[in-house]
Design a protein around this ligand. Structure first.
Ligand code: EPU
Length: 448
């Protein structure tokens, strides 16, 4: 297994470009099941989760062709060859929960889908009841068999299986659901009649998906607001679509600049989707300014400059446009260096605090009570062997390691590879002292 060895305290300098978004790309890829012609997605990141989705789509009868773009942005082209295999098996679903995104498209296009029930994961229980409630409202008959969700569309007017438009509510105890909204919105594009989704997720990735679906010939309006309306159509064609830049990757780079007190220029930054983050950072003493010639606020060039003394803040994670849960762990690493006590409350995944114990190993002063952590700023963090646990917790350990005195060894960085493309290579180019090594080559006391 790979590990990162980081010698902290290097000053970062230079420019960095944000990749296409993982969390946008996964439901976009699933939506290609709906198309009767080929769909090309551009700027698809090279990540473990994307490779898993490619593998899943291939099992479901799609041909996935990759452009030859060297190490630059690459495109993937999807074409359905065979519609008979409709089963997303446990061995893929357990490695990637976003596999559930194929259920709505399978049901809408093929009238039948079987997807292994995703279990919980490191950040919590993660039920899929809202996905199923939404698809059932569209007339799907849903059953559970041997750990698989089996969904069938009802008979349409012409005797063939077809979902029926409906007015439905997708709110749950923690707000709406991002992938649930993606699933139901995708399914409704081919349903008979109109669907209105109330309490839809407002995340920018949902807007990106609606843009792809509309380019394929769907009639979706209101994406990005809590009410999405979809006029069902009989068929969807092909499209060519550029995946939006990754707002969580961008936010991670902004915090890498802040935690190392380094000025950084970030290209392809979806600054419009990061308002809650840049507002919070302003209070901390980190300024993120847009280049004046920015034409598209979803693809801006920004400069990050931070004050020497960082100020404590209160952060509560919320559905978009609130502060994103996917940047909670990284913000915690930054606030460890603030001058005073900060309060972080996690309202999306109340158990998402695996980084707390690991940051504490590096000298962080953290006090957790339920979904809230009090972060008392310390003068410095000190390098230590730590363990990556989930994707964003791992990113927070990298930020902590970059700022810490001494050497940090982060074990199990495969979690990080799920969401950040060659993170260490990008950081090396900015001047960080970070190396990927085979953990079995490290002395035994550095393994965790
Ligand atoms: N929830 C339910 N029932 C459901 C679905 C969700 O109660 O049927 C709850 C969840 O347990 C959670 C809340 O609703 O408390 C929100 O979950 P959501 O469904 O929105 O999460 P998701 O769609 O499964 C996506 C991202 C996550 C990100 C969340 C929240 C992808 C592939 N994943 O997950 O990203 O944290 O939205 O913004 O888009 C990550 O990238 O590290 C990551 C975990």
């Amino acid at each position: 297994m790979d590990a990162f060895v980081i010698n902290g305290r290097s000053q970062l300098r230079g420019e960095i470009t944000v990749n296409g978004s993982k969390n946008a790309a996964l439901p976009l890829m699933a939506a290609t099941i709906l198309a009767s012609n080929q769909v090309t997605l551009r700027s698809v990141p090279r990540l473990a989760d994307i490779r898993n989705m490619q593998r899943l789509l291939a099992e479901l009868g799609l041909d996935v062709e990759e452009s030859e773009a060297g190490s630059g942005p690459r495109s993937l082209t999807f074409r359905t060859l065979d519609e008979s295999a409709c089963h997303a098996r446990y061995d893929i679903v357990r490695t990637m929960r976003a596999s559930i995104s194929v259920l709505g498209p399978l049901l809408a296009r093929r009238g039948y889908g079987r997807v292994s029930m995703p279990g919980g994961c490191a950040i919590g229980d993660r039920p899929v009841d809202l996905h199923l409630r939404g698809l059932a409202a569209l007339g799907a008959e849903i059953a559970l068999d041997s750990g698989d969700i089996i969904a069938r569309a009802p008979q349409g007017r012409d005797g063939r299986p077809r979902l029926r438009g409906a007015r439905l509510f997708l709110g749950g105890p923690f707000g709406s659901t991002v992938l649930g909204t993606a699933n139901v919105m995708s399914a409704a594009t081919l349903a008979e009649g109109e669907t209105v989704i109330e309490s839809a997720a407002c995340e920018p990735e949902i807007v990106d998906l609606a843009n792809l679906l509309n380019a394929m010939g769907a009639r979706v309006s209101g994406a990005g607001t809590p009410r999405i309306t979809i006029e069902g159509v009989r068929e969807l064609g092909g499209a060519d679509h550029e995946v939006m830049p990754d707002r969580i990757e961008a936010g991670t780079w902004i915090m890498a600049a802040a935690v190392t007190n380094s000025p950084l220029v970030i290209h392809n930054c979806p600054i419009d989707a990061l308002m809650a983050v840049t507002e919070a950072l302003k209070e901390v003493g980190v300024r993120v300014t847009e280049a004046p010639d920015t034409a598209d606020p979803l693809r801006a060039t920004v400069e990050v400059i931070s004050e020497r003394t960082l100020h404590p803040v209160q952060i509560t994670t919320q559905p978009h446009p609130g502060y994103p849960t996917d940047l909670q762990a990284q913000m915690m690493a930054l606030l460890c260096h603030a001058d005073g006590n900060s309060v972080i409350t996690e309202r999306i995944f109340p158990q998402r605090f695996l980084h707390v114990a690991e940051l504490s190993r590096m000298g962080a002063q953290l006090f957790r009570q339920g979904p809230t952590v009090i972060v008392s700023g310390v003068r410095e963090l000190v390098g230590a062997p730590v363990m990556a646990s989930d994707l964003r917790a791992s990113a927070s350990l990298v930020l902590a390691g970059l700022a810490a005195r001494g050497t940090t060894v982060i074990n199990r960085v495969y979690h990080l590879d799920r969401g950040y493309e060659k993170m260490e290579v990008k950081l090396q180019a900015l001047g960080a002292d970070i190396e990927r090594v085979d953990a079995s080559d490290l002395p035994a006391d550095l393994h965790r």
